[in-house]
Design a protein around this ligand. Sequence first.
Ligand code: HEM
Ligand SMILES: *[C@@H]1O[C@H](CO)[C@@H](O)[C@H](O)[C@H]1NC(C)=O
Ligand SMILES: *[C@@H]1O[C@H](CO)[C@@H](O)[C@H](O)[C@H]1NC(C)=O
Length: 505
Amino acid sequence: MAVLEQLSQYQWYFLGVFLLGLIIHQYRQWARLSAFKGPLLGTFTNLWLPCAILTRRCHLKFDEVNEKYGPLARIGSNLLVTNDPELLIRMSSPKSNYTKAPWYHGSRIQPGHDNVFSSDNEKFHTERKVQLVPGYSGKGNEHLTPSIDSHVQNLIHLIRSKYVSTDKESRPMDLSRKAQYFTLDVITDIAYGQPMGDLVDDDDVYKYIQSTEEMLEVIILLGSMPILNDILKVQWIAELMFPSEKDQTGIGRLIGISKQLVSERFGPKAVQRRDMLGSFIEHGVPEASLVSESLLQILAGSDTSATVIRATMLYLLTNPSVYRRLQAEIDDAAHEGRISRPVVTDTEARALPYLQAVIKEGLRIYPAVTGALTKVVPPEGDTVTLSATNETVFLPGGTEIGYNAWGVHRSRAVFGADADVFRPERWLIPDGTELARMLRSLELVWGYGKYQCLGRQVAMIELNKVFVELFRNFDFALCDPTKPWTSLNVGLWIQRDEWVKVTAR
Ligand code: HEM
Ligand SMILES: *[C@@H]1O[C@H](CO)[C@@H](O)[C@H](O)[C@H]1NC(C)=O
Ligand SMILES: *[C@@H]1O[C@H](CO)[C@@H](O)[C@H](O)[C@H]1NC(C)=O
């Protein structure tokens, strides 16, 4: 109290003005979006999102608020979340004036270096994307298909040599690990011409998986709290927090390796290679950005595809009729010589209708990217009609809007009453408005339009090949059906312990 007594009248006056200012500020923040309802924590503070992430069931938290408060729910002083596919498509469509929000800054892997994903600068994003597209599309990358094929073969070889159970011996295999060994080897090989070598060593060679499991939550928390991002701009804090190229393992080690591989492409004895890195250089990505862009590729491209493989396998192993039908389609195609050995081609796989339906259903039932992917309403604001209610609402300029993946991809309005069921047959209906509506909504698993995933083709080639070769060679069963796996969600998935029993066919 002594302190209070010492305050002069003058100081009291200032304190009063300050508090009044604070109240007015808070009130105006609240009033701007008062038309949108949401949980109390999200209505008056920005703590709802970080709390949702910390529950590690973030995908369900987003969906709960849309279920309870409608298709546009308020989860922060300036943040809404939506499950409306048409609004999400509108925000990312090529001509849209929406931009990325500071949420994306969390994905700057190296402090001070933006990449195509992390930047919220439209001009930078558009220019960079043009430079990257040829490398990602495989046109400028003659190694793409042979690399993927060689790693599919490595995966099959690894399973055959170490993990085939017999009547005499049980050899459980953690599919969650092998799936990511596969996607990591593929992505590092097509990025730099140097696979990580996880499948060959049957190990998380650089402790990359362990290190991302630890980092992922931090990266996404940073994106959810812009204040933390600002703190990280302070050099010494950044050095403490970010992985360092001097590290012997993890992301830091990968930064070191990337730097070395990039530098080999320059100078008098420059290595020339027609891979992604080569294509990026040819199309004008500055040398200083190459490390960030190739690291992004690895972060964006290994966890995501691994999630789709793990989840689709789990749903296959727990749906015997789907499992049998898929395997029969593969067997018939093999007997009739419609699929090559040792690895099916992408074109051959695309001609297998049930496989395609299984892949679509796998992408839908367990969307690999469930992060908020927040976008900002253009300064003039936007008037939109919500598809669920036909209600017209005005979104004030500058409002941030996040993506509720679970809600979109399990929508009963789009996919029918059994939206929560894994049923590939839903994709095998005749062409028409119903199928078109489902396909349009499914697009959103890749993001849409100007922000769409650059690795979509690569991921689809991987998926087209991996299931055919797994089921052509082996049979699978869950080791413990009462605890099939551990799957945590912080916006991306942290998945482990998917133990399966493999038998030879
Ligand atoms: C099944 C696997 C995958 C899924 C479901 C997926 C999904 C996504 C999603 C939802 C986005 C964000 C869209 C947005 O910001 O609105 C994205 C962006 C991106 N993805 Fe993928 N992805 C997958 C695999 C890959 C692979 C294999 C690579 C690399 C080869 C990759 C590279 C990228 C890049 C570079 C971006 C940033 C694009 C931009 O900001 O314009 N992804 N992806
Ligand atoms: C985006 O902004 C420009 C310039 O203000 C305007 O001409 C254009 O119609 C807007 N685009 C959309 C899709 O609203
Ligand atoms: C919304 O309006 C369209 C066209 O006016 C109509 O076809 C549709 O049934 C309406 N939907 C709802 C949910 O009211």
